[in-house]
Design a protein around this ligand. Structure first.
Ligand SMILES: NC(=O)c1ccc[n+]([C@@H]2O[C@H](COP(=O)([O-])OP(=O)(O)OC[C@H]3O[C@@H](n4cnc5c(N)ncnc54)[C@H](O)[C@@H]3O)[C@@H](O)[C@H]2O)c1
Length: 411
């Protein structure tokens, strides 16, 4: 249930948000709905105006869904816009949502450290930068924490709460408490590249491209199979929505951090080179009508980029299944559990709230059968001769242990 009262133990009900961009503005709307006042900081008036226009649009959306116009107006009146940090001495909790650039975060956290009360918690909404590194830009690393909202933050239920190496228990508790008071599912996730949900998502997004590159199944078949199975949107439609350029940057980052099992599909780079970025260039896995911006079918340009032409449907049904596409995500879940990235009982809930999955990867693993998951991974890991190893399928040691123990499910 969404709470309308600020967390009781918060000393003040005003929360500061740094940055009024995509995330900052939707975080503001989520805070207002939970009863908080907001101190909103930007770099200049034009960005503040843009952010406020976005907040107005999101509030109007809420009015269309039943919020009274008076309440929307009241909520809006609880925002104070500022262009400097002077008033930050009055807040106990700051959420930073500035661009994903370490130099910008450094400058902001150094200033927050100067202006905020010594007890104030400084949270960052970073998706990929290190919480520990950001924390050490402030002289109070114990009071810095990751508070990773999902886009759009006023709608998406999940918040990952990520302590850095020096973050105190009290800071984590206060961050969890704030997110819960906003009606969110707040899950503690230990620090790792891309955190929990995007790490697991990355494995599945890559696999969808390798499957397409394999030539046995087409764009629409992949998206449809996955939606029928467990997802609200197919991986290729999602890639078009978020942009291949963003996808490539994330994939390269994961590859750099985790190595070969996060190998980057060549197709993704080829699409970026060809400016086939998805909806933003009206050309991706799908083509888009220039006037209506609606999807008009599979992009004929894509076929030119695919190394191998699509093989006969007979082979497709033999080799492709939606379950197979989720194997790397399932395997990564066992690796994450092995690293104690989250409590096993939180894992499915996080993926369901973060990605809209109808069942999480651990439930899928139990449905497929842990033994069968392992057998499928082993079969894909090595070629028949045993010579070529495909790292993306190297079975997680913890999955093997579950199978050796004769367990049929994780929980
Ligand atoms: N966009 C997403 O889907 C998403 C999802 C989760 C997390 N994130 C993370 O959230 C953060 C913000 O992302 P975004 O997409 O909202 O970016 P954005 O570019 O839309 O917005 C960033 C805003 O911060 C402002 N800004 C820059 N320097 C500032 C400063 N010193 N003080 C105050 N404001 C400043 C910019 O003017 C801009 O309006 C990033 O760390 C990103 O990784 C993004």
């Amino acid at each position: 249930m969404q709470s309308t009262e600020p967390a009781e133990t918060m000393k003040s009900s005003m929360i500061a948000v740094v940055g009024a961009g995509t995330m900052g503005s939707s975080i503001v709307v989520a805070l207002l709905a939970a009863g908080y006042s907001v101190l909103l900081k930007e770099t200049d008036q034009a960005f503040l105006d843009k952010g406020m226009a976005n907040i107005d649009r999101l509030l109007s959306g809420r009015v269309k869904k039943g919020l009274s116009p008076e309440e929307a107006q009241l909520q809006r009146s609880r925002i104070e816009c500022v262009l400097d940090f002077e008033r930050f001495a009055e807040v106990d909790f700051v959420i930073e949502a500035a661009p994903e650039n370490i130099e910008i975060k450094k400058s902001i956290f150094e200033q927050l450290d100067q202006w905020c009360n010594v007890d104030a918690i400084l949270a960052t909404n970073t998706s990929s930068l290190s919480i520990t590194q950001i924390a050490n830009f402030a002289r109070r690393a114990d009071k810095v924490v990751g508070l990773h909202f999902f886009n759009p933050a006023h709608i998406m239920k999940l918040v990952e709460v990520i302590p850095g190496l020096e973050t105190s228990h009290d800071t984590v508790a206060r961050a969890l408490e704030l997110a819960q008071s906003m009606g969110k599912l707040a899950i503690r996730v230990e620090e790792c590249a891309s955190f929990l949900v995007n790490r697991l998502l990355g494995r599945y997004m890559n696999e969808s491209l390798f499957t397409l590159e394999g030539g046995v199944v087409g764009v629409e078949e992949i998206d449809k199979a996955v939606c029928d199975y467990v997802m609200p949107i197919g991986p290729l439609a999602l890639r078009d929505m978020n942009g291949a350029d963003i996808g490539l940057a994330v994939a390269n980052f994961n590859y750099q951090e985790y190595g070969e099992r996060f190998a980057v599909p060549a197709l993704l780079s080829r699409m970026v080179e060809a400016n086939m970025l998805g909806q933003k260039t009206m050309s991706g896995f799908y083509a888009y009508d220039k006037e209506t911006r609606k999807r008009s079918g599979v992009n004929p340009e894509l076929l030119k980029l695919l190394a191998s032409p699509k093989k006969k449907a007979k082979t497709a049904s033999a080799e492709f299944s939606a379950e197979r596409l989720f194997l790397p995500m399932i395997n990564e879940s066992f690796l994450a559990m092995q690293e104690r990235i989250c409590q096993p009982e939180d894992l499915d809930a996080a993926l369901m709230a973060g990605l809209g999955m109808r069942r999480g990867p651990l439930t899928l693993a139990s449905e497929i059968g842990l033994k069968d998951c392992l057998a499928m991974l082993e079969a894909s890991f090595k070629t028949n001769s045993g010579a070529v190893v495909h790292e993306r399928f190297r079975p997680a040691p913890l999955l093997k242990r579950f199978v050796w123990a004769g367990r049929s499910s994780v929980l």
